[in-house]
Ligand binder design. Structure first.
Ligand SMILES: Cc1cc2nc3c(=O)[nH]c(=O)nc-3n(C[C@H](O)[C@H](O)[C@H](O)COP(=O)(O)OP(=O)(O)OC[C@H]3O[C@@H](n4cnc5c(N)ncnc54)[C@H](O)[C@@H]3O)c2cc1C
Length: 492
């Protein structure tokens, strides 16, 4: 009889691991507290408008391709990936508009108009970013970093050349003269919810991932990834039970044995994979005696990534200046991150991301309309915040800002809308303090501090998802599933 595995949570990491396990012959059941797959990757439809409420950009698609291939399927039979052109449009407060293209020559041509002094530096910085990727990906990403032998992949000569002891911001400032390119390259650190003014300069690897390797949209919407992962899991025989909250993981010395559900039911298993947030799993799901107080404290003190304030506006208007992805930069980027990570308040002058997928997928809004998904980087939950009050006032603030930045008549054009706050991310998905990318990378050693994909205290409890190694975002979450499988395979 097949051995039984339980996966807690049907986020991207849970679905991916469930498929990999089922493909190896495990009898897998996923227990998910919400009513549908995808975790933070969700969609919302209202009044003829459609929105992705979570991710809007897919990078490193080769990891999703690898997942489907390992399970005997072809990703491209499930999803159609397209690269928006331009990749993204950037609006600066002084009126400069920068279109960033996958084609480097086209981008450099643009830069010559507003920052000629930085045109060539753009190419060299992307080469530097690629070198960082070559030096770090095998050692830090495609490596479970679980055993001493895994550390052999870290080449100490490389460690000294990956700028781990400087910050993203310092390295960018050394590489560019203009405020435009400086802001542009600092922005990529937010892809894993960190501050460019604190994160190690090694994170300058991220521009390579989007600008050299490619930044993709999924036709129909990113939620297609969650839907196709659910399809894959079901095809491989995984059972998914929605509306089932796991309240504890039961163990006996160093083996986990079962989970308990909120209705009191116990379900036994030979193996458990937690896709629930690692902080929730370690502090609340396993028995308090099974890990040391020191470890519990360390987990509690790990700094979460930033959260997000999301506005979805279905508008009966189009704005010619908007492309598919759009960024409206704030004036003082450093002050913005001080607000987010030090003061833990919403920035007065935020950088505003607007995804307008109806630019690519016309069916996402009525003919003359637009579906604007608006995201502002926000602090994770802290005591000084009152979301009930802030939700309405900040919504008004963001709309005022966008109108002032050229989206004339935005407020009057709204036909349908919804807001998601950090408190919603916490309540809906149990993410630590409402963080959206797991833990932050705001220190030199962050890569080593995230929980690994197997909890040492147990022979058979695995952790996957954005709050575990190697970190947040779709590709890394998929990689966490591969890491968990690699460790499991080693166990024989
Ligand atoms: C607004 C926003 C924008 C983003 N943009 C991007 C982007 O453009 N590109 C990108 O790559 N990434 C992006 N991300 C990050 C990306 O969405 C996440 O890193 C990824 O989806 C997290 O997947 P996960 O496997 O960690 O699971 P999660 O999404 O955290 O899912 C965990 C699941 O476990 C369930 N669960 C938790 N506790 C229990 C329990 N006790 N019992 C049962 N079920 C439980 C939850 O309900 C949830 O379904 C974005 C996220 C957000 C919110």
């Amino acid at each position: 009889m097949a051995k039984k595995a339980i996966v807690i949570g049907a986020g991207i990491g849970g679905l991916a691991t469930a498929s990999l396990l089922a493909n190896k012959g495990w009898d897998v059941t996923i227990f998910e507290k919400n009513g549908c797959p995808g975790g933070k990757m969700q969609q919302w439809e209202s009044g003829g408008f459609r929105f992705d409420t979570g991710p809007s950009l897919l990078t490193m698609p080769f990891l999703l391709e690898k997942l489907f291939k390992e399970c005997g399927q072809d990703l491209h039979d499930y999803l159609s990936l397209v690269e928006p052109d331009p990749l993204c449009r950037y609006f600066y407060k002084d009126g400069v508009v920068f279109d960033n293209f996958a084609d480097q020559d086209k981008t450099v041509e643009q830069i010559r108009h507003f920052a000629p002094e930085d045109a060539e530096a753009y190419r060299s910085f992307l080469n530097h970013s690629e070198e960082l990727y070559d030096k770090t990906s095998d050692a830090f990403l495609f490596n479970p970093l679980n055993e001493l032998s895994d550390l052999k992949k870290l080449k100490w000569a490389d460690v000294l050349s990956i700028n781990a002891f400087s910050t993203v911001s310092k390295k960018v400032d050394q590489s560019f003269c203009s405020p435009y390119l400086r802001k542009f390259f600092k922005r990529f650190t937010t892809y894993n919810g960190s501050s460019p003014f604190q994160a190690p300069a090694t994170l300058n690897v991220i521009p390579h991932v989007e600008l050299n390797q490619g930044g993709y949209y999924v036709k129909g919407g990113l939620y297609g990834i969650a839907a196709s992962l659910e399809k894959l899991a079901l095809l491989l025989g995984v059972t998914i039970e929605y509306g089932q909250t796991v309240t504890s993981i039961l163990s006996d010395s160093n083996r986990v044995k079962a989970i308990k559900l909120s209705d009191g039911k116990r379900v036994n298993a030979d193996l458990i994979v937690a896709n629930s947030d690692a902080t929730e799993t370690i502090l609340h799901l396993i028995s308090p005696n099974s890990v040391t107080n020191g470890k519990r404290r360390r987990q509690q003190n790990l700094e979460p990534s930033c959260s997000g304030f999301v506005l979805m506006l279905g508008c009966d208007k189009k704005w010619d200046q908007l492309k598919h992805h759009n960024i409206f930069f704030s004036d003082d980027y450093e002050k913005e991150f001080t607000h987010i990570f030090q003061d833990k308040t919403l920035p007065d002058d935020p950088t505003i991301y607007v995804a307008n997928t109806s630019y690519t997928d016309t069916a996402h809004a009525p003919k003359a309309g637009s579906n604007l998904f608006i995201l502002v980087n926000s602090p994770y939950l802290a005591k000084n915040q009152d979301w009930n009050h802030r939700e309405k006032t900040y919504r008004d603030h963001v709309i005022n800002e966008l109108e002032a930045r050229g989206l004339d008549g935005l407020r009057k054009s709204i036909q349908t809308e919804d807001v998601i706050t950090p408190l919603d991310f916490y309540k809906k998905y149990g993410s630590n303090k409402g963080s959206i990318y797991g833990t932050s990378s705001n220190s030199t050693f962050s890569a080593f501090l995230r929980p690994r994909n197997k909890l040492r205290e147990f022979e058979n409890l695995y952790l996957v998802g954005g709050s575990t190694h190697p970190g947040g975002g779709i590709p890394l979450v998929i990689q966490s599933a591969f890491n968990a499988m690699q460790i499991l395979d080693r166990q024989g």
